[in-house]
Every structure is written in C-alpha cells, then in structure tokens.
Design a protein around this ligand. Structure first.
Ligand code: FES
Length: 85
C-alpha cells in the first residue's frame, strides 16, 4: 500500500508549499490571514490543522493525519465562520 502523502487543500487544489510561499511573501501568520492571499480551506476545513502546522514548522508534505486536536487554534486566533461573507 502506498504511503500517505498529504500536500494540499484537496477542496481547492492548493499545495501547502504554495501556501508557505504566500505566507513568506505576505507575512500571513494564521489560516485566516493566509486566506486573504490564497483561496483554500473554505469547504471541509480538514486542511486547516495541516496549514497551522505548516505555518508553525515550515513542513509542507505530511505522511500522517494531522487533526485539529494535534494543531488547535492558537491563542487569539479566530476562524472564518463557514458560509459567511
Ligand atoms: S481540504 Fe481544504 S477545505 Fe477541504
């Protein structure tokens, strides 16, 4: 069985590497801030914990599942209300 390889927001097809480049270029430090520059994460939201870890560590390819329990919202961080705006 092929190993697990998670490297993007599946709903929008944007890679974490692409998001990291955008974060580096813009200084975005949270999912919400990054969403101002890259279209991702506005459907199922399963990519959010991966993006938080990418922002924290720079990792862009994951061979294991990362959940919201593994990467909870940071202190003071807010998430967009889905369906709003
Ligand atoms: S995987 Fe990113 S919103 Fe679904």
């Amino acid at each position: 069985m092929a190993g697990l390889r998670i490297d993007r927001c599946l709903c929008f097809g944007r890679t974490f590497a692409e998001m990291r480049a955008a974060a580096d270029a813009t200084g975005a430090q949270s999912v919400l801030e990054l969403q101002e520059h890259v279209l991702f994460g506005q459907k199922c939201g399963l990519c959010h914990p991966y993006v938080r870890r990418m922002l924290r560590t720079g990792q862009t390819v994951f061979d294991h599942v990362v959940t919201a329990e593994d990467e909870p919202l940071w202190k003071g961080e807010v998430e967009r209300e889905e369906g709003e705006g």
